[in-house]
Design a protein around this ligand. Structure first.
Ligand code: ADP
Ligand code: LRH
Length: 482
């Protein structure tokens, strides 16, 4: 089998990417791309899962047209969200999107039943109001109890394509229900939710072969013969696999898309009092690794500004406009909860600047500049914190994902972190997804060989740190401390 297809669906867009090894180089071909997003229905936010399934089928049909008769196939998506299904596999409702506000008070309510410290000690997962544990806690009780199973979004897509139920571990760890010691669902946490272990399928490792597509589906739509392989189904897990890091170098990653995930790969979790206070997470990775990282509100900020201005400018145009705008004029604390899902992002940014006594960004260009400056400064702060927490220096920061295309942000990041930045590949998530398929089918012997091949197959752009203008760091520190 020399054709491998990654279905990679992020919060803003999805794609089917065909990967092959040719003359010892990995080649990628995007065969289908589509928009993703959530929408409001009766006051709640939901993903359009049926649309995603239709697009996967359309992408596979496009692959067949392009001459792919047989391939392996892996799926990854964003984390934490889930479908509840009955015994027959019918969905009990639409799939909530993680920015839905029903979980706002869930952390405080759950804390009455288990302390935040105990929860972190068990799971090593940072507190985010949308972690699955909080979503399930806030879910209609009767419906939650009635569910035969909870399938996280990629698990559900695998199920719809193949009829087989899995519970892939890299994504399962983002539920905040897995215990780091027992490496399974934590009995006490399940009992707090009033749930049973059987409501979650057996944990499945990336690289597990899953057989073919549902034959009815394959024939009805005339799809290629697909051998499903369980990918590292959490998109961030795949993105980190796809980082072209040199073995033995001291590197960190910034997976830069809707979210900015800044962290390091480790072979042990790190869940101390200090890492809890700083809200760092230990998500489980493929091949026995952990992603020790910080979630930073990322390019969501600019996505919303763009969407709410009627998609008037492309991302490239917004970057260009920001480039010509005065640097470090106004700064925001990107991780302030107010930016999670405000009705008007640009207005919320202006309000933040007003509240903190700064110049208010008026034009779209000034707002965009404020976002990029602030993101870069956040990366600087958190990278230093990461070094302190792990006790290990970071020399190179690899930026992967759509944000690697933003040259202004990459340079600002080099300046603010004082580290060399290597940007690219943009499609590291699809690459990580493909790498697992290719290791499973023997194309690569292990992750090291796969990463070496990625490094030799794709250009990265280097950014050397320049000096940060005087007084910027001090102003920034005042703003984030408030
Ligand atoms: P996700 O998978 O989380 O939905 P992506 O990794 O696809 O996100 O990254 C999407 C982001 O990449 C966009 O929000 C945008 O900020 C950035 N981006 C995409 N194309 C460009 C471009 N041409 N120039 C600058 N930034 C870009
Ligand atoms: C990035 C991501 C991130 C999660 C968030 C829900 O797409 O998967 O790792 O924290 O979405």
């Amino acid at each position: 089998m020399d054709a491998h297809i990654a279905v990679d669906i992020g919060a803003s867009s999805g794609r089917l990417v065909l990967g092959r090894l040719k003359d010892s180089k990995l080649t990628l071909e995007e065969i289908h791309r589509f928009d993703n997003g959530f929408r409001e229905l009766d006051g709640s936010l939901y993903w359009d899962i049926e649309h995603l399934l239709e697009q996967i089928v359309a992408g596979l049909q496009a692959a067949k047209k392009a001459g792919v008769d047989s391939c392996t196939l892996g799926i990854d998506t964003w984390a934490v969200d889930y479908a509840l299904v009955d015994r027959e596999g019918r969905r009990l409702r639409e799939v909530y999107a993680y920015r839905d506000r029903r979980t706002d008070s869930a952390p405080a309510e759950l804390e009455k039943l288990i302390s935040r410290e105990a929860l972190y000690e068990k799971t090593g997962i940072q507190q985010l109001t949308f972690n699955t544990i909080y979503q399930l806690f806030a879910h209609d009780r009767e419906e939650r109890a009635r569910a035969d199973q909870v399938l996280l979004v990629p698990d559900y897509l695998y199920f719809r394509l193949s009829g087989r139920r899995i519970n892939e571990v890299t994504n399962a760890s983002t539920t905040q229900l897995l215990n780091l010691q027992s490496r399974d669902y934590d009995a006490e946490l399940l009992s707090i939710l009033g749930m049973r272990r059987e409501q979650f399928a057996a944990l499945t490792e990336p690289g597990t072969p899953l057989g073919g597509l549902d034959p009815a589906l394959q024939q009805r739509y005339d799809l290629p013969l697909c051998s499903l392989v369980v990918a590292a189904t959490h998109d961030t897990a795949s993105a980190v696999l796809g980082v072209p890091a040199r073995e033995g170098s001291s590197w960190a990653y910034l997976s830069s898309g809707t979210w900015s995930l800044l962290g390091v790969e480790r072979d042990q979790p790190l869940n101390t009092k200090e890492t809890m206070a700083a809200n760092y997470t230990n998500e489980w990775g493929a091949y026995g690794t952990y992603r020790f990282l910080k979630n930073i509100t990322g390019l969501w900020l600019i996505q919303e500004v763009r969407r709410q201005s009627g998609d008037r400018y492309s991302f490239a145009e917004l970057v260009q406009m920001a480039e010509q705008s005065e640097p470090y004029r106004s700064l925001i604390d990107c991780n302030d909860d107010r930016f999670l899902n405000p009705p008007d992002m640009a207005e919320e940014i202006r309000r933040f600047c007003r509240d903190t006594g700064q110049k208010v960004p008026e034009s779209v260009a000034q707002v965009a500049r404020c976002i990029f400056d602030s993101l870069a400064l956040s990366y600087g702060t958190y990278l230093d914190e990461l070094e302190t927490l792990t006790g290990e220096p970071v020399e190179v920061l690899h930026i992967v994902g759509g944000g690697a295309k933003n040259e202004l942000l990459c340079q600002l990041t080099a300046d603010a972190t004082g580290r060399e930045v290597c940007a690219g590949p943009v499609e590291s998530t699809a690459l990580g997804n493909l790498m697992v398929q290719m290791i499973q089918t023997g194309v690569f012997s292990d992750i090291h060989e796969a990463r070496r091949t990625v490094a030799e197959s794709f250009e990265v752009t280097r950014y050397i740190p320049g000096t940060l203008a005087a007084g910027v760091k001090e102003r920034w520190n005042r703003i984030v401390k408030k």
